[in-house]
Design a protein around this ligand. Structure first.
Ligand SMILES: Nc1nc2c(ncn2[C@@H]2O[C@H](COP(=O)(O)OP(=O)(O)O)[C@@H](O)[C@H]2O)c(=O)[nH]1
Ligand SMILES: [Mg+2]
Length: 369
């Protein structure tokens, strides 16, 4: 006998997420509100490399996961299945017959920040400059960062001059000097001490432009192997959590949308640990947390009394969504699942107290001071 209202339906939706057109449409709307970083630079300036280093995702190089946006611009969701941000890669700049008008219109409308990429060994930036002049005269308000790439291609004596030259050209076109960072993303086989020169500064500069991205771009090192593996899944967990918070605001989507997303997340996470998420494992995981615990933290309306522990997911998700219990509970469920899956994969025991502690720590983690 179970006296907890909604429990059975919640469990059912977690165990067997149902495809729903209303959910899909809410998710697609949510995607459209995510922060977009627009990359503008000539072909070969390092746009794909930059996406790859920021996301750790090799798809950027291969070209999978791109969704055509205009004839030459592509949108790239990261992480692919539960995105927290999008990149708009305008390709073809600097190539013959490329007309940037459509890309400029698409990019300047929906972007939260513009990253201009120039190679230090390439002073011929006329195509970038004319795009920027067009942007300037369109009166678009856009946060801008100028990224100098391929540092090691010049020796120290030429480097400063080259950087100053490109910095000056860009500032003139924009009628103002944007902040700059310099990077060198080299192939580890190239033998440089640091194949990711400037990556930390780049992350910081982007967070400065788009504070919403601090939760996803900040780098945290794991204290042990288990935590490092969890941190590798964290962006995807945040993606599901913010999607859950967003769909929670859409009454028509119904009460099963959030548990369906939570179920999908658990399924996806299990795959990352090479574990097949089936009914038996799911039930075992939920049983380890305990129905009373889950009821209190995940599904009870009364859990809204825990609001003071709720993380705030930036401005873009909207104040109401940020205040949603759905974000915190989905996030914490993801964290607990990673611990559970890790221990299971390595045939290590896990007592319910430790599992619940991981859940509660994640739940409280984002609490603002
Ligand atoms: N040395 C160096 N090479 C880079 C850097 N960024 C990109 N490259 C190389 O330049 C080439 C073009 O880079 P890619 O990221 O595909 O440029 P995209 O056309 O703007 O997407 C590739 O061979 C990269 O390995 C960099 O910062 N330093
Ligand atoms: Mg590219």
């Amino acid at each position: 006998m179970n006296f907890r209202p909604g429990w059975r339906r919640w469990i059912q939706a977690v165990l067997q997420p149902e495809p729903s057109p209303a959910l899909e449409s809410a998710l697609s709307h949510h995607r459209d509100t995510l922060p977009v970083l627009w990359l503008l630079g000539k072909t070969g300036s390092g746009k794909s490399s930059l996406i790859q280093r920021l996301t750790g995702d090799t798809r950027a190089e291969i070209g999978n996961g791109f969704e055509p946006c205009t004839q030459s611009a592509v949108l790239y969701d990261h992480p692919q299945d539960a995105p927290v941000m999008r990149f708009l890669d305008t390709r073809g700049l600097g190539e013959a017959r490329y007309d940037p008008a459509a890309d400029l219109a698409a990019a300047s409308g929906g972007s939260h920040a513009l990253l201009i990429l120039t190679r230090v060994d390439d002073p011929a930036q006329e195509d970038v400059l004319s795009a920027l002049r067009a942007l300037h005269s369109s009166d678009q308000e856009l946060a801008i960062l100028h990224v100098h790439t391929a540092l090691h291609t010049l020796g120290p004596s030429e480097l400063t001059r080259a950087i100053d030259f490109n910095t000056g050209q860009i500032a003139t076109a924009l009628h103002g000097a944007p902040p700059t960072v310099a990077v060198d993303f080299t192939d580890p086989d190239d033998g440089f001490d640091d194949p990711d020169v400037g990556l930390g500064e780049l992350r910081e500069a982007i967070i400065e432009l788009v504070p919403d991205l601090s939760l996803v771009l900040s780098r945290i090192d794991g204290r042990d192997r288990e935590e490092s593996l969890y941190l590798a899944q964290r962006r995807e967990i945040i993606g599901y959590a913010s999607a859950a918070a967003a769909v929670d605001l859409v009454p028509a989507v119904g009460l099963v949308a959030v548990p369906s997303l939570q179920g999908k997340m658990l399924h996806a996470l299990a795959g990352r640990y090479d574990i097949t998420w089936d009914r038996r494992i799911a039930t075992e995981f939920l049983a380890a947390l305990g129905s009373g615990f889950l009821y209190r933290y995940v599904l009870s309306l009364g859990s809204r009394q825990l609001m003071k522990f709720i993380p705030v997911y930036g401005q873009s998700a909207g104040a109401a969504a940020a205040a949603s219990i759905s974000f915190a509970s989905t996030y914490a469920l993801g964290r607990a699942a990673c611990l559970y899956l890790y221990r299971r994969k390595h045939h290590q025991a896990l007592d319910p107290e430790t599992l619940r502690a991981a859940f509660i720590e994640a739940f409280a983690e984002q609490k603002r001071p």
